[in-house]
Design a protein around this ligand. Structure first.
Ligand code: DGL
Length: 405
């Protein structure tokens, strides 16, 4: 089996000669508020639904996007995105989301925070995957409108519609289905947006499923940040939120079984082990969970949708090249007044959620990814759960090409 190859110098060279590079060879852009989007990148790296040579539907053992390159942005300095709505700052969040998209569309970047002008060169992406539920909920339409305003044929894919379609497909929701309930675990911001409940209702209607389908919304405060920081408390926060979701259903007096819970935040697949342990405990206690209950991760459908859009618009890469990636994480601008920064150089919570739209002050800067930003415990999890992604990121850091050819 071929290992993934990181070809940073090649990407940079290609960008230098940007005009000569065919639009099909431009990278796929992926962004999240932090590492959660890597769970989507992993599916982009391994989705295999199509025979790459014939183009016919059916897996061929070669990932469908094996020839693509990726640019990943984690807006870590501004996370958690899920808290902006509760702070009354959803407009500021929308501005951040648009900035993320514009970064992926730009052709240069700061190699470090000390640079006066960005000296790094990268390629403009050919499609944007919003690998973040909160950003999809609050910013998908803004990004879509922005792309339309630039007369660009670049498409944007979010995770929410994909998550809902995945769920209703997996539980085979039809007009004849016996009564069932669906749960959503997401950031408080995603829940506050109402985007999941709206999309589930729309999709149920489209499938002719009428009647009262209970939707159990569980905003999981602090869970995404605990995962991002690799805190051991992440498992306990996940479990208690799942228990609360089930209790919420029980308290409503409904006896309809819960058939699925959507992992409505891209950070949550990291705590799936804890959620499954809690599931087993809840079953023993007779909780109203269907025998074929499942947690649904929207990532696979998102990746398949990205592939479909590229294929249908004739934008898949045709060059004989291996998968490669450039990854960026935002950091706080170290030139900000001292009172805006914590001792370890991050934005203070007060400053972060106190900012307003429309100012020119640069408060955060995306710079190339370094592994230390995640800490060893977190990176160990990335290696365990997202092997293809870990391999790409490690090779990028070393700047070395790796292959077992
Ligand atoms: N990973 C993001 C999501 O899918 C949210 C994390 C955050 O709150 O920043 O919603």
């Amino acid at each position: 089996m071929k290992r993934l190859r990181m070809s940073l110098p090649l990407l940079a060279a290609a960008a230098t000669y940007g005009a000569a590079v065919s639009a099909n060879e431009a990278p796929i852009g992926v962004f999240d508020s932090g590492l959660g989007g890597l769970t989507v990148l992993e599916r982009l790296l391994d989705v295999d639904q199509v025979n790459n040579d014939s183009g016919l539907y059916g897996p061929d053992g070669v990932p469908d996007l094996a020839r693509e390159s990726f640019v990943y942005l984690g807006d870590q300095a501004n996370m958690p995105y899920g808290d902006y709505a509760a702070e009354g700052k959803s407009d500021y969040l929308r501005e951040l989301i648009l900035k993320d998209a514009k970064f992926l569309l730009s052709t240069n970047y700061y190699t470090c925070t000390e640079e006066r002008e960005p000296s790094g060169i990268k390629q403009r992406v050919k499609i944007i995957v919003i690998a973040c539920n909160t950003a999809t909920a609050w910013g998908l339409e803004d990004v879509r409108k922005y792309l339309a305003s630039t007369d660009s044929d670049i498409k944007v894919v979010g995770v929410i519609e994909a998550g809902v379609r995945a769920t209703l497909d997996q539980i085979s929701a039809t007009p004849d289905s016996p009564p069932f309930a669906i749960g959503v675990m997401a950031t408080p911001g995603t829940i506050a947006s109402g985007a999941y409940a709206r999309t589930i209702r729309t999709e149920l209607r489209a499938r002719g499923v009428t009647g009262n389908i209970p939707i159990l919304n569980q905003g999981c405060a602090g869970l995404a940040d605990a995962v991002e920081a690799g805190l051991p408390s992440a498992d306990a926060i996940a479990s208690s939120n799942f228990v609360e979701l089930v209790e919420q259903h029980r308290a409503s007096g409904s006896t309809v079984p819960i058939k699925a819970v959507i992992l409505g935040c891209t950070h949550y697949p990291f705590v799936l082990g804890a959620l499954n342990r809690t599931l087993a405990e809840l079953r023993v206690k007779g909780a109203p969970l269907a025998n074929d209950f499942r947690f649904v991760d929207p990532a696979f459908y998102t990746a398949a949708e990205c592939h479909r859009l590229l294929r249908d618009s004739g934008r898949l890469s045709t060059a004989k090249k291996q998968t490669s990636a450039m990854a960026f994480l935002s950091v706080a601008n170290p030139k900000l007044p001292q009172e805006c920064l914590t001792p370890d150089g991050q934005l203070t919570r007060k400053f972060k959620y106190g900012r307003s739209t429309g100012t020119d002050t640069v408060t955060t800067i995306p710079v190339p990814f370094t592994r230390e930003r995640f800490g060893e415990a977190v990176f160990k999890n990335i290696r365990r759960l997202l092997p293809r992604t870990a391999s790409l990121l490690e090779h990028e850091e070393g700047g070395e090409a790796a292959s077992d050819e």
